[in-house]
Design a protein around this ligand. Sequence first.
Ligand code: ATP
Ligand code: MG
Length: 416
Amino acid sequence: MGNCLESPVKSLSPSTSRAISRAVCWKVEFFGILRAWKQNESFISSVLMKGTSTAKTSSSFTGQLSSIGISTYEQFSQNDEAYPEGRILDAPILKVFTFAELKSATRNFKPDSVLGEGGFGKVYKGWLDEKTLSPAKAGIGMVVAVKKLNYESMQGLEEWQSEVNFLGRLSHPNLVKLLGYCWEEKDLLLVYEFMPKGSLENHLFRRGTAFEPLPWNLRLKIVIGAARGLAFLHSAEKQVIYRDFKSSNILLDSNYNPKLSDFGLAKHGPTGGESHVTTRVMGTFGYAAPEYVATGHLYVKSDVYGFGVVLLEMLSGQRALDTNRPSGQHSLVDWAKPFLSDRRKLSRLMDQRLEGQYPTKASLQAAQLTLRCLAIDPKSRPSMKEVVETLEQIESMKWRSREAKSDDSLHVQRQV
Ligand SMILES: Nc1ncnc2c1ncn2[C@@H]1O[C@H](COP(=O)(O)OP(=O)(O)OP(=O)(O)O)[C@@H](O)[C@H]1O
Ligand SMILES: [Mg+2]
């Protein structure tokens, strides 16, 4: 779980714990909503609609969500491959699960099926029948990830709604697929496609046999895919600002194809010629753009800053924020920025686990791009479209023969 940032503008202090006032406020809001829902079921639809761009009536929205037939779901999933550039649906196409179904799919939320834990709560591995999406026996059918709200979580209902509204409607090869949700009494759960290789964060920073160092070209493949995902969000007619770009939110499939997860903080971009939206400061320390932290002004380009921080993590193998580093080095951006513009300094910054196995020219260009993404003025940062193009050029850069340790290691690097 990251170092979440959630505080009123201009009163930020680095802390991994959440603001207690918001917890209380959220709980009041959450249980108030549940009460209202019980009194008037149609209320659920208006809650879910908050933040969506299509002005559907609440009843049609609920109808669409709950009446979605499995054949429609299958059709939707199959059609996915027909849209390599992504698409935005008018309304979420999601299965509504019962709590009992998800309890059964995860073997009663068995502790040994926990995949990880974040601000929302624990994420469990579960099994569903591929066709009917009903619970299946462990090891049979399709593996899914089930995120279950921790009642103590401060990242609650609002984020849950945002996830359903945004991720339920956005479809792109580099966005994780939300399959459905459960909302019963106080239980809020989300069901996603399973991403077998876990998060980029784990691969960059965890040690152990399960996390072999990622070679250079695999790192590039991952950041290019993640950049495409962000570029898709930014290119939508009604732009979407992701707001929580970080390595723990980049999940990897079995071929290391990256997909962005966690749309709990996503927000629609400015409209009517405005340059930014003004909002409460939320996100993760170390990744949030300085203008946003200082003023609450959120730009589309605030996401580009977060992308720059992940590029820096990818190059250096260092976390965005790490209080275990010597003082003066806790914030990666503050400490590492001067290394990015100097060729000799850059080689000292580069991740030791790469063992020098990368084209020098490519690393220099990647460092230049990182610096541009981290520009203080949001206007000076490149668009995500430009970032994708630049990274594709970097990826195509040839290895000079002396840069490869041996033919064997070169082979491994190119195979991925
Ligand atoms: N779809 C998925 N497939 C496989 N593993 C997943 C999936 N979603 C989440 N996980 C695992 O669960 C962990 C926790 O995820 P979660 O999104 O709840 O929190 P986080 O991103 O680590 O932190 P934060 O709440 O600050 O965003 C992830 O790091 C990942 O290892
Ligand atoms: Mg996450």
